[in-house]
Design a protein around this ligand. Structure first.
Ligand SMILES: Nc1nc2c(c(=O)[nH]1)N[C@H]1C(S)=C(S)[C@@H](COP(=O)(O)OP(=O)(O)OC[C@H]3O[C@@H](n4cnc5c(=O)[nH]c(N)nc54)[C@H](O)[C@@H]3O)O[C@H]1N2
Ligand SMILES: Nc1nc2c(c(=O)[nH]1)N[C@H]1C(S)=C(S)[C@@H](COP(=O)(O)OP(=O)(O)OC[C@H]3O[C@@H](n4cnc5c(=O)[nH]c(N)nc54)[C@H](O)[C@@H]3O)O[C@H]1N2
Ligand code: SF4
Ligand SMILES: [Mo]
Length: 751
C-alpha cells in the first residue's frame, strides 16, 4: 500500500546496506508555520491499548501534523481517550534513541554506527552461544509492534539464530486468557465484537477497570440502549464500579470461589440452558458435582459478599436474555488465573450465553497488538496459532517458508519466569529485549535487576535510551515507533488494522522490521528470509500460514482491505464483506452490523469434537498471606487513563502528565490510615518483605479495609510484588502481596 510519505520519499529499495546508508539524522516532527494546513488525511490504528481505535492522521507534505479520532471506524465512532489524542507527541521526545549505543570498556553507552552495532550484536550473541550452546541466548518481545515484525523476529530468532527460548510481555498480560480459551474452546479465540457491549442486557465485568483502561469500550457501554445491568466484580470501588448497577467488592483473589458460587445458584435455580449444555459442551456432570459444595453460606464467608447479593447476581446471569461476561487483569494476574477465567467461561456455557449478539465469555486484551503476538510471534505458538510439538504443523510451516523442517524447534519455549530463572542458574547468558521494559514491569524487581546484571550480553531495542532496561544494556538498537513504520495490528475483537508511516524516525533509528532484516544478514541467515521483502509481502506469508486455522485470514485482499476496518478473523473468501465506504456526514452511528462478527454462532467450538469443555479446579489461597508484620493486601494496576505502563511514551506528553497523578501514591482506607497515624497527602513508606517505596497517601474508602492500591506506573511498584504464578499459564500474580504502610521513620536511612 502506498502511504503518503512513500510519495515524497520512495520506498527504500536495493541492498540493505544502501538502504541503511540513506538514513539521515536530524529529524523530529516538522515544525509547520500556522499558515500551512494539512493537505491529506490517512487512518492509523492507535498504538496504545487493544481497543484499536481509528485515528485520522492529518498530513502536510506527507508528514503527520496532527490527528483526530475517526468518525467512521467501527471501533471508536469518533471517540478517543487522552492517549490516542496525544499519540504523536512521544515521537518527538528528546530521549529518542537516534543511533545505536554500545557499552565501552568503562561501562558507558557510546554512539556507534549500524555496521559496528550489527557486528557487536553478532559477535556478542555468537560468543555466548559458542561457549554455552545455542539455547543460552533468549529473547523477550512484546504485544506492541506490528504483526509482521513479530513474525520476522520469532522466525529469525528460532529458525535462523538457533534460539529455543523467547517469550513476550504478553505473558504478563494475556497468557491466562490464552490458556483458558485453548483448553475450553480448543483455540485462543475471544468470541466477541464490541457491538456486544451495546447489545447486552446484562454486562458482567470481572477484574476490569474498563472506564480507565479501555475508555472507548466503556463509551460503547454507555451507548447501550437496553438500559443494561452492569455488574462489576472488583475488590475496589473503581471508576467502573461506581458507574455500575451492582458492585461486588469481593476479598482479593476470592474470585474462583465467588464464580463457583454463582454457578451453583444457576444450577440450583434451574437456570441452566439444558439444550445448549447437552449439544455443545462436555463435563457438565463433573462440574455440577464439584459445584455442590459452593453453597451461598460458604461462598459468602470466603468472599465477603452477602448471600442476597450472590443470589441477585446469579439471577441476572441466569435469567438475563443477553448476558455478556468480560474479564481483564484482576482475573488473569492471579495465582489461579486460568481456572478463574474458565469459571467465567463456564457461566457463559451453562446459560448458553455465547454466539448470540450481546453475549460471550470475553477476555479484554491489553496491548495494541497482543492479539497479533498470540497468533504470530512464534513464542508460545508456532507461527499462525500452530503447535511446535505437532510434526504436521512443523512440516506445514517449513513448506510454506521454504525452510528445512529441522530448523523448527520441536517444543515450546520456556515461559518468561523460566527464562528469568535460567538467567539465575546461568543457563541463559545472552538476552535480546524488544519493545518491553522488563526492568520495570516484570514481577519482583528486587531479584530481576540483580539477574540482568549477571547476563554476559544484554541487547535492548527500544524507542528511548532512558528506559530502566535500556540503561542496563550492553547494546541499544534504536527503533522507529508507531507512525514511523507500517504493518498491521489485531485488536481485542479480532479486527485487523493498519499502522502507516506518516513520520520519519529520528536519526539512524530504523523500523524493527529493518533491524531484524539487517540482523538476519549480519548473522548469515538472510537467505532464509529472502522472500520477506517488506511488511506487506510478509502479511501475505502470514495469510498463507493461517490457512485452515481458526484464525484463517486468507480472504483478505492486502493492506488496502485491512485499512477499511472490516476485517475480523476468521476472514476466508466466504467471510468477506463489502467495504463500508465513507460514512455519510450526518451518520452518527457508524456501526455496520456486517462488520461486527462473533464466533460460535453455530455452537461449534475448535475442539476435535466441536464441544466446549467445562473445566474446573479447587480454589487455593495465595502463597503469601498477610501477617502481623505485613497485615495489608497490596493490589496493583493502572492508575489513570493518561498513563501507559512504564511511562516511556506517555510521560513525554505535557498534556498526559497534567492528567496523571503527580508521583507515586498509595490508596488506603481512612480507617486503616487513622490506625497508623497517616494523614491524607502525607508521604508514607509502603513495605513488603522484598522492598519498599515512598508514596503519598490517598485516603479513600473505595479501596476497602485491609487493602492498599499502588499503580504499576512507578518503577518501584514491582520492588514490592510477590513472585507467584498461575500454574497453567505461568502469568505472574501482580495483584496480591502482603504489605505494611507506615509513616516514615526519620532515623531509617534505607534508600
Ligand atoms: N490508561 C491505561 N490503559 C491501559 C493500560 C495502561 O497502562 N494505561 N494498559 C493496557 C493493558 S496492557 C492491559 S493488560 C489492560 C489492563 O486493564 P485492567 O485489567 O482493567 O486494569 P488493572 O488496573 O491492571 O486491573 C483491573 C482491576 O483488577 C482489580 N483487582 C485486583 N485484584 C483483584 C481480584 O483479586 N479480583 C478481581 N475481580 N479484581 C481484582 C483491581 O482493583 C483493578 O481495578 O489495560 C490496558 N489499558
Ligand atoms: N505491578 C504490576 N506490574 C505489571 C502489571 C500490573 O498490573 N501490575 N501489568 C503487566 C502488564 S498487563 C503488562 S502488558 C506489562 C507492560 O510492561 P512493558 O511492556 O514493560 O511496558 P511498556 O512501558 O509498554 O514497555 C514497552 C516498551 O517498548 C517501547 N516501544 C514502544 N513502541 C516500540 C516499537 O515500535 N519498537 C520498539 N523496539 N520499542 C517500542 C517503549 O518505549 C517501552 O520501553 O506490565 C506488567 N507489569
Ligand atoms: S482507548 Fe485505547 S486504542 Fe482508543 S485511543 Fe485510547 S489508548 Fe488508543
Ligand atoms: Mo497488559
Amino acid at each position: 500500500m502506498k502511504t503518503p510519505i512513500d510519495l515524497i520519499r520512495p520506498r527504500r529499495e536495493g541492498p540493505l546496506t544502501e538502504r541503511l546508508a540513506r538514513e539521515r539524522p536530524g529529524f523530529g516532527l516538522p515544525q509547520l508555520p500556522a499558515t500551512r494546513q494539512p493537505t491529506a488525511t490517512t487512518r492509523l490504528i492507535c498504538g496504545f491499548c487493544a481497543t484499536g481505535c481509528g485515528l485520522d492522521v492529518h498530513l502536510h507534505d506527507g508528514q503527520a501534523v496532527g490527528l483526530t479520532p475517526s468518525n467512521d471506524h467501527p471501533v471508536n465512532l469518533g471517540m478517543a481517550c487522552p492517549k490516542g489524542w496525544e499519540a504523536l507527541t512521544p515521537l518527538a521526545a528528546p530521549d529518542r534513541a537516534t543511533t545505536p549505543l554500545l557499552k565501552d570498556q568503562h561501562g558507558h553507552l557510546k554512539p556507534v554506527d549500524w555496521t559496528t552495532a550489527l557486528d557487536a550484536f553478532v559477535t556478542g550473541m555468537r560468543a555466548v552461544q559458542a561457549e554455552h550452546g545455542p539455547e543460552s541466548v533468549a529473547f523477550l518481545s512484546t504485544g506492541q509492534i506490528v504483526t509482521e515484525e513479530m513474525a520476522l523476529l520469532g522466525a529469525l530468532a528460532k529458525f535462523g539464530m538457533g534460539m529455543r527460548h523467547g517469550d513476550g510481555n504478553t505473558r504478563q498480560c494475556m497468557a491466562t486468557s490464552v490458556a483458558a480459551y485453548k483448553e475450553s474452546f480448543g483455540f485462543d479465540a475471544p468470541p466477541y465484537s464490541y457491538d456486544d457491549l451495546e447489545e447486552s442486557d446484562v454486562i458482567v465485568l470481572v477484574g476490569s477497570n474498563l472506564c480507565l483502561t479501555h475508555p472507548i469500550m466503556w463509551e460503547r457501554v454507555t451507548r447501550n440502549p437496553h438500559n443494561p445491568e452492569i455488574v462489576v466484580i472488583d475488590p475496589r470501588r473503581t471508576e467502573t464500579a461506581s458507574a455500575a448497577t451492582v458492585h461486588l467488592p469481593l476479598l482479593p483473589k476470592s474470585d474462583l470461589t465467588l464464580l463457583y458460587g454463582l454457578a451453583h445458584l444457576v444450577i440450583a435455580n434451574g437456570w441452566v440452558d439444558d439444550a445448549f449444555v447437552h449439544d455443545h459442551t462436555t463435563g457438565y456432570d463433573e462440574l455440577a458435582a464439584h459445584l455442590v459444595a459452593f453453597t451461598p453460606e460458604r461462598v459468602s464467608a470466603e468472599t465477603g459478599i452477602a448471600p442476597a447479593e450472590l443470589e441477585r447476581v446469579a439471577r441476572l446471569i441466569g435469567t438475563g436474555e443477553r448476558v455478556s461476561l468480560w474479564w481483564t487483569m484482576g482475573v488473569n494476574q492471579s495465582h489461579q488465573g486460568t481456572r478463574t477465567a474458565q469459571a467465567i467461561i463456564n457461566l457463559a456455557l451453562l446459560t448458553g450465553s455465547i454466539g448470540r449478539p450481546g453475549t460471550g465469555a470475553n477476555s479484554i486484551t491489553g496491548q495494541c497488538n497482543a492479539m497479533g503476538s498470540r497468533l504470530f510471534s512464534n513464542t508460545t505458538n508456532l507461527l499462525g496459532g500452530h503447535d511446535f510439538a505437532n510434526p504436521e504443523h512443523r512440516l506445514k510451516v517449513a513448506q510454506i517458508l521454504g525452510m528445512d523442517q529441522a530448523r523448527i524447534p520441536d517444543g515450546p519455549s520456556w515461559a518468561y519466569d523460566r527464562i528469568i530463572e535460567g538467567i539465575n542458574k546461568g543457563e541463559i547468558r545472552g538476552l535480546w529485549v524488544i519493545a518491553t521494559n522488563s526492568a520495570h514491569s516484570w514481577i519482583n524487581q528486587h531479584e530481576t535487576r540483580r539477574l540482568f546484571d549477571k547476563l554476559d550480553f544484554l541487547v535492548v531495542q527500544d524507542l528511548y535510551t532512558t528506559t530502566e532496561t535500556a540503561e542496563m544494556a550492553d547494546l541499544v538498537l534504536p527503533a522507529a515507533g508507531w507512525a514511523e513504520k507500517e504493518g498491521t495490528f489485531i485488536n481485542s475483537e479480532r479486527r485487523l488494522g493498519m499502522v502507516k508511516r506518516v513520520a520519519r524516525a529520528p536519526g539512524q533509528a530504523l523500523a524493527d522490521f529493518w533491524i531484524f532484516k539487517a540482523i538476519a544478514e549480519a548473522w548469515g541467515c538472510g537467505h532464509l528470509f529472502a522472500a520477506w521483502t517488506d511488511p506487506e509481502t510478509v502479511f501475505g506469508i502470514l495469510q498463507e500460514l493461517s490457512a485452515g486455522q481458526p484464525c484463517d485470514i486468507t480472504g483478505v485482499r492486502g493492506y488496502d482491505e485491512v485499512d477499511t476496518g472490516v476485517v475480523q478473523w476468521p476472514y476466508r473468501d466466504e467471510d468477506r464483506v463489502e467495504p463500508l465506504g465513507p460514512a455519510p456526514a450526518d451518520r452518527v452511528d457508524a456501526t455496520d452490523r456486517r462488520a461486527q462478527r462473533r464466533l460460535f454462532a453455530d455452537g461449534r467450538f475448535f475442539t476435535p469434537d466441536g464441544r466446549a469443555r467445562l473445566v474446573w479446579g479447587d480454589p487455593v489461597a495465595p502463597i503469601e498471606r498477610p501477617s502481623t508484620e505485613y497485615p495489608l493486601v497490596l493490589l496493583t494496576g493502572r492508575g489513570s487513563s493518561a498513563q501507559w505502563h512504564t511511562g516511556t511514551r506517555t510521560s513525554k506528553s505535557a498534556t498526559l502528565r497534567a492528567l496523571a497523578p503527580d508521583g507515586p501514591w498509595v490508596e488506603i482506607d481512612p480507617a486503616d490510615a487513622a490506625e497508623r497515624g497517616i494523614e491524607g497527602g502525607q508521604e508514607v513508606v509502603v513495605r513488603t518483605a522484598r522492598g519498599r517505596m515512598i508514596a503519598r497517601a490517598h485516603l479513600t474508602p473505595t479501596v476497602g479495609r485491609g487493602r492498599v492500591f499502588v499503580s504499576m506506573h512507578d518503577a518501584r511498584t514491582n520492588q514490592l510484588t510477590f513472585p507467584s504464578f498461575d500454574p497453567q499459564s505461568r502469568q505472574p500474580s501482580y495483584k496480591f502481596a502482603a504489605v505494611q504502610v507506615s509513616v516514615p521513620n526519620p532515623w531509617d536511612l534505607t534508600p
